[in-house]
Design a protein around this ligand. Structure first.
Ligand code: MG
Length: 260
């Protein structure tokens, strides 16, 4: 039997307190006194499943995302693979938790899912080599880089298309280890056939290279998030859809699409 990886969560109790913790098999949360990447230690507080709401597993100062980092996705967009990582920002206000709603903007007629592996930075990263960058990656979670494709094409840059509130589902938890060949799949509604299915080792620029590259541009802070790009198969979401991104060894991130 496979031993389940330790799952690090961020939760809110009914009185509004936000806690970092470890999700136990019982679904109780063992609370930590700080984010685990800052050395948080267990305290004498254990939350039962009906006494917390799951939040996105970190609260980054920024989300740095990477475009066209899988060759088959670059091809489906009709563009070549970039010769160096193509980076852009999503605002932290775009983050929503597992099971939260993605709200469809009134100004778009074409909103796409993009299932992605997310890296969580554990330590300040400035001008890192790829070797140093690997040590700055504290763990891994799942993201959906939701994109208003029509606005992305119209604007010529991506701030509006990628930046709407609710356009970055993230979670449900962080794991520290990941199989380098883990499969990433995206599913829509009840369909058992994935709309996206790729292996994370098919990335053009791997995680250590991405973190190194970004750290030459901007300081990455503990809790920051790097989205590593999406594989082949992006496509539209409609109001009422359920979208689920799964990564082997992490879990599943599931959200519904609602009118704004
Ligand atoms: Mg993307």
């Amino acid at each position: 039997m496979e031993i389940m990886a330790q799952r690090y969560v961020r939760v809110q109790s009914p009185d509004g307190h936000i806690y970092y913790g470890v999700l136990q098999i019982s679904m109780n949360v063992q609370v930590l006194d700080a984010p685990p990447w800052l050395g948080g230690q267990p305290i004498d507080l254990n939350l039962e499943p009906d006494s917390y709401q799951i939040l996105a597993p970190c609260s980054p100062s920024k989300i740095v995302a990477v475009g066209k980092n899988y060759a088959d996705h670059a091809a489906e967009m009709g563009t070549p693979v970039p010769s160096e990582p193509l980076i852009f920002l999503k605002p932290p206000t775009s983050i929503v938790a597992n099971e939260a709603e993605i709200r469809y903007p009134r100004t778009s007629q074409r909103v796409d899912y993009e299932g992605e592996l997310a890296l969580v930075i554990g330590d300040r990263a400035v001008n890192c080599t790829p070797e140093e960058a690997q040590t700055k990656i504290w763990g891994y979670t799942i993201a959906n880089d939701v994109t208003a494709r029509d606005l992305q094409q119209r604007d010529g840059q991506w701030t509006r298309a990628k930046g709407f509130d609710t356009f970055c589902p993230l979670g449900p938890w962080i794991v520290r280890e990941l199989n380098p060949g883990a499969r990433l799949q995206t599913f829509l509604n009840e369909d058992s056939k994935p709309v996206q299915s790729g292996c994370i080792d098919e990335m053009v620029f791997p995680p250590d290279f991405l973190v190194s590259y970004i750290s030459q541009v901007m300081t990455l802070l503990p809790g920051d998030v790097v989205l590593t790009g999406t594989p082949l198969g992006v496509g539209p979401l409609n109001i009422g859809d359920r979208v689920r991104v799964e990564i082997e060894g992490i879990g599943r991130l599931e959200n519904t699409v609602a009118a704004r």
